[in-house]
Design a protein around this ligand. Structure first.
Ligand SMILES: N[C@@H](CCC(=O)N[C@@H](CS)C(=O)NCC(=O)O)C(=O)O
Length: 364
């Protein structure tokens, strides 16, 4: 299908506003000479966009799609372009000095007179100061040129949000396919992808991955930068323990609280009390494993933070205060400030709309 030219965008401010509201598809937008320096636009689709002479210096454009875009004369100095796609883009006379092009796809891009001094090239090497190279190394087939991941999700699904956050944190290009979970997950096309009819599902070309933890492992192996799993044995063990405790201990008890909190079914008071107690045991465990580190993997975010953080944040809403666990509480605040958390935060309206569907799902 040929998309009509993007008519709604008249200014860079308009683009930023719509991006902040969650839109990602801006194919064929016309913003010659736009000032978008320092803009945060990762994962944006700007294929076939007209951005000649635009100022995109220091912008966060990880995983952006610029295929067939006109970026001639654009200033991309210091921009974060990791994993961005520039297939057949026009980059003539563009300023790419100090840009980070790690794993970017520059195949068939026109780089005539482009300045790549001090840029990090797709293969991770640092381009020296001028003179610039004749050709830019692009990933070979076996290095698997970036494909666009497709995530099947629902905004309220914490299991899907794990993957959604990881995709943002990896800075890769991806598209979203939203299921309503109103029975559409039982349609043959979706069941063909996941016989258990659950989100998330990740498609990478013709390869399909189900089960959120398996998807996270796949992403980690497929897109190693930035690493989201520690290598050091003890840190790795802590991260995996936290993932397992979250799915095996925390989640079943939380389901009970959720059922009760939403008035879906009568939950036995003794069972409820037991669930509260067990959740506190999980929080004690997390408090101890965090120690003085900002994240479970140590100094940087790990998959363990993503897996546990996307559930722990709901606890206060179901009557479990985090106050008695100050490290967990501070960690929860730290996570909620991350861009990836904010971009994937369900709106109160989405939560409300989901309640009616949730009863059916949880009673299954
Ligand atoms: N173990 C699975 C669980 C996935 C799951 O339970 N997904 C729920 C939403 S959070 C779902 O899709 N439910 C729809 C259904 O069961 O039909 C994973 O981690 O991916």
């Amino acid at each position: 299908m040929i998309n009509p030219p993007e008519e709604g965008i008249r200014s860079p401010q308009e683009l930023l506003r719509r991006y902040a509201a969650g839109e990602r598809e801006f194919e064929q937008v016309r913003l010659s000479e736009a000032d978008l320096h320092n803009a945060i636009l990762h994962g944006i689709d700007l294929s076939e966009a007209i951005l000649n002479d635009a100022n995109l210096s220091r912008a966060d454009l990880r995983g952006a799609d610029f295929s067939w875009a006109d970026l001639s004369g654009a200033n991309l100095c210091g921009a974060d372009l990791r994993g961005a796609i520039f297939t057949r883009a026009d980059l003539t006379d563009a300023n790419l000095t100090h840009a980070n092009l790690l794993k970017a796809d520059l195949s068939l891009a026109n780089l005539e007179n482009a300045d790549l001094s001090e840029a990090i090239l797709p293969d991770g090497t640092l381009q020296g100061a001028s003179p610039q190279p004749e050709t830019i190394p692009t990933p070979t087939a076996h290095e698997s040129a970036p494909t666009k991941f497709k995530l099947y999700y629902h905004p309220i699904s914490a299991n899907a949000r794990r993957v959604w956050i990881a995709l943002f944190e990896k800075g890769v290009s991806f598209e979203l396919s939203r299921l309503e979970l109103n029975g559409d997950q039982l349609q043959p096309e979706f069941v063909a992808l996941n016989p258990f009819h659950h989100v998330p599902v990740l498609e990478d070309g013709d390869f399909v991955v189900v089960e959120s933890l398996a998807i996270l492992d796949y992403l980690e192996a497929k897109v190693p930068e930035p690493p989201l799993m520690p290598m050091e044995p003890k840190a790795l063990a802590i991260a995996r323990m936290v993932e397992c405790v979250t799915t095996n201990e925390l989640l079943p008890k939380m389901n009970l609280l959720i059922r009760h909190g939403m008035g879906f079914s009568t939950v036995d008071e003794t069972a409820l009390e037991k669930a509260h107690k067990e959740i506190h045991t999980v929080l004690d465990f997390f408090e101890e494993k965090l120690g003085d580190a900002p994240y479970f993997g140590g100094k940087t975010l790990s998959l363990a933070d993503i897996v546990s953080g996307t559930l722990v944040l709901w606890l206060p809403q179901f009557g479990v205060s985090l106050e008695a666990h100050p490290r967990v509480n501070a960690w929860n605040d730290r996570l909620s400030q991350r861009d990836s958390w904010q971009q994937t935060q369900p709106t109160p309206a989405e939560v409300e709309a989901f309640k009616s569907k949730m009863q059916a799902l949880m009673e299954q």
